[in-house]
Ligand binder design. Sequence first.
Ligand code: NCD
Ligand code: ZN
Length: 348
Amino acid sequence: MVKEIVISRPDDWHLHLRDGDLLPITVNETAKSFARAIIMPNLVPPVTKLTHVKNYKQRIIKALKPNMSFEPLMTLYMTEETNPKEIEEGFTKGLISAVKLYPAGATTNSGSGVRNFEKIQPNLEMMAKVGCPLCIHGEVTDNSIDIFDREKVFIDTILEKIRTKNPTLKVILEHITTEDAVEYVSSANENLAATITTHHLAINRNDLLAGGIKPHFYCLPVVKRESHRLALVKAATSGSPKFFLGTDSAPHLDDDKESACGCAGCFTATNTLEILAHIFEEQKSLNKLELFISINGANFYGKKVNMEKIKLIKNDTPTLFPKKLATPRGKLTIFKPNFETYWEVKSE
Ligand code: NCD
Ligand code: ZN
């Protein structure tokens, strides 16, 4: 039985750090495990200008503890008013690593996102020209579409059009949740990849809803039925270069989660690697873990794989994590699936 693996230090290709007094917690929780992360721009107000990007990056770096190393890879929030020149400048100067597209109203702080996809075509053309990847929250927002179908309808009615019009644009379909998305991404050309989150690999909609609603399992896109989770696990453990980790770790304080209208998001930064090692081992695919968390994403983004290594050790007893972290504004619950993990991370 494998008790220990050594792999390149991983990256997180989809992360919410928030801002202000939460940053010293969120940044350092991620930096314990990850070398780099794609930082989501859905702040209030959103990160829609390069000046915002620069200032936010500085605040993130300032929040990092002195002995930690972590590189935030910044993104620009696309609105219908975004100017292609801003994208060109940001990407060619290395200020941004991607542009984020939220359909307006799809998720937390997406109100300034896109309603009319025709309006962003000049931006997409510029991105294809300079090689800037597009990160997409792939759900339609039409209230007549059932929430469990919103990803598939987005793929069929919007994503396919965007990709047909912009065949050389690099697209990341983020936090995929369905077998339909796995199939669509698998059969597309090399310009389309997908991130998969920790929680979508670990829980299904029964975990969320059966026996009482579990607000800490509520995220967007919402978790789907077990057959979809199994398709995601198969994709993640396949080693295919099209699938890589984007935790979508999205902290919301307990008061905001445990509420009559609870916020969407699971905070997985603290124990993602331990959970993933457990899932990959169960699938007898520990040898594919490094591809999923440390290699495929870097390759898709055209970045070097990290030189530094980490070691994962398997213990005989379950790994212990705090249930909650204390923040200046209240408690923050750490995501805990309905199974124990036995893996522990050590820096090499
Ligand atoms: C994210 C958040 O809270 O910012 N929430 C979530 O459920 N994933 C936004 C997002 O990525 O959809
Ligand atoms: Zn997210």
